[in-house]
Design a protein around this ligand. Structure first.
Ligand code: HEC
Ligand code: HEC
Ligand code: HEC
Ligand code: HEC
Ligand code: HEC
Length: 329
């Protein structure tokens, strides 16, 4: 029976080894990594390639290099503009506080370290949703990252967070992350999409509002899907309604009807016409000829500076068509 004892012995040894691996390695064999101090977000790429790729394509990644920002800030000679476009870590200045500018790696803009780095004097590591003392970046469970207050330090300058609070979206359980950093494939185990899409994404723009025909010469526009006013944040954003005649299927030139926008502080004569969450705007098309069908369209543009305010034109103004309806006479 020596052979039987031999096999039993192998089983016992195997079980002991398995037990040791489970207890001391935790995740089935991975080695604890030495803790590292990070000086660049490029260092995160090695272990978090998918998050890195999404972020790299985001507006956050270009906040320092964005030509529009550079032009408007006079290449950051206007120092006030550095605060949010190359900020220190949020957890260092404190959630809800005004962010402060940093000196190092400005070119990385609003980067991994800005959002995740925890203060060194509180043990350092990266804010996440789990504690993992064995990973090189020492993630710690900090649910504060999910709070709209976390985005507010930079995104409430133009009241986006206040607009969300005043809407019905908080009661429906939809916050900034639900729409701008959704779970990948809708699966909470797959983590959050870091692309942070906004008005640069046609699918999101289409979801923001509905345009309906309500009569031969009238339309309604409702903010059904923006979690805040439409358009929100940057005051350079505008949504314009235009119409044109369709003669035998051939469209005529666009005629301007209405602009939805929040003015800059110095534009004292321009009223704020933002379409708040849940609101509906009714518009009548005046001056259209009798008897012919017309097309009414909503255009979105990122910078009204391109526009001659007295003579807007979607083509010259780099506007994108979001929705359109045809009104039969
Ligand atoms: C040497 C590999 C390595 C590097 C480099 C690294 N991490 Fe990690 N990170 C891990 C591992 C392993 C985990 C735990 C498993 C997981 O959640 O992916 C983790 C987890 C995290 C988590 C928590 C995930 C959760 O589910 O809550 C965050 C946040 C995080 N890392 C951010 C960063 C950031 C930001 C950087 C760069 C400054 C970085 N990591 C660099 C290996 C690394
Ligand atoms: C440290 C400041 C900061 C924080 C914190 C921050 N953002 Fe941003 N965000 C910016 C800046 C700056 C830009 C614009 C960069 C550019 O276009 O040059 C931006 C751009 C965006 C855009 C894209 C806008 C566009 O032009 O298409 C979205 C969406 C967005 N942020 C969502 C969020 C959400 C959601 C949070 C919270 C999880 C958040 N941001 C946290 C500074 C921040
Ligand atoms: C309090 C934080 C904060 C400060 C300070 C700040 N910005 Fe921004 N900036 C943002 C956020 C957040 C966005 C993204 C909002 C959006 O895209 O609608 C943004 C977006 C922009 C954009 C739009 C980029 C694009 O691609 O369309 C420009 C241009 C810009 N900022 C210029 C400036 C200038 C110039 C200054 C200084 C006068 C400045 N910002 C100061 C937070 C800030
Ligand atoms: C604008 C802020 C912001 C930036 C920039 C940012 N993150 Fe995140 N990150 C978040 C938020 C918010 C979550 C969700 C946290 C939660 O669920 O508790 C998150 C989650 C994560 C997670 C958890 C797993 C997953 O995939 O969602 C990892 C890992 C992570 N981030 C790494 C990074 C890395 C690496 C970078 C840079 C390439 C980065 N983050 C840039 C805000 C940010
Ligand atoms: C119900 C979904 C939803 C929720 C919740 C939501 N958003 Fe949005 N957001 C949108 C849509 C759709 C747009 C595009 C239309 C617009 O600009 O209003 C947008 C646009 C934006 C933009 C402007 C992007 C640009 O290109 O200028 C920023 C910044 C932004 N959201 C930040 C936030 C923040 C911060 C929160 C949390 C307080 C939030 N959003 C909550 C759907 C949502």
């Amino acid at each position: 029976m020596r052979w039987l004892r031999g096999i039993l012995g192998l089983f016992v040894a195997g079980a002991v080894l398995w037990f040791l691996v489970v207890v001391f390695a935790g995740d089935g064999g991975g080695k604890a990594q030495p803790a590292r101090a990070f000086t660049s977000s490029a260092q995160c790429k090695e272990c978090h390639p998918q998050v890195y790729a999404e972020w790299e394509g985001s507006q956050h990644a270009i906040s320092w290099t964005n030509p529009r920002v550079r032009a408007l800030s006079n290449d950051f000679a206007n120092q006030d503009c550095i605060d949010c476009h190359a900020p220190r870590p949020i957890f260092v200045t404190g959630i809800g506080n005004r962010v402060l500018p940093r000196e190092a790696r400005r070119v990385e803009g609003v980067d991994c370290i800005t959002c995740h780095q925890l203060p060194e004097d509180e043990g350092g590591g990266m804010a996440g949703s789990t504690d993992d003392p064995r990973a090189a970046c020492r993630p710690r469970a900090k649910l504060d990252l999910q709070r709209p207050d976390f985005c507010a330090g930079c995104h409430n300058q133009h009241k986006t967070v206040d607009q969300w609070r005043a809407s019905e979206w908080p009661d429906r359980g939809e916050d900034c992350l639900s729409c701008h950093m959704p779970f990948r494939d809708g699966d909470p185990n797959k983590g959050r999409d870091h692309s942070c899409l906004g008005g640069n994404d046609m699918a999101l723009l289409k979801r923001a509002v509905e345009l309906r025909a309500t009569g031969p010469r009238s339309v309604e526009l409702s903010n059904v899907g923006a979690g805040h006013s439409f358009p929100t944040d940057e005051r350079s954003r505008a949504a314009d309604v235009f119409w044109r005649e369709l003669v035998a299927g051939e469209p005529g030139p666009w005629t301007f009807l209405y602009r939805i926008r929040d003015p800059y502080r110095d534009e004292v004569d321009v009223p704020s016409t933002l379409l708040h969450a849940g609101e509906t705007l009714k518009l009548d098309v005046e001056g259209a000829p009798e008897g012919a069908p017309i097309e009414v369209a909503l255009f979105y543009k990122r910078s009204p500076h391109y526009a001659d305010p007295d003579n807007p034109d979607p083509e010259r103004d780099e506007a994108v068509l979001v929705h359109s309806v045809v009104l039969e006479p």
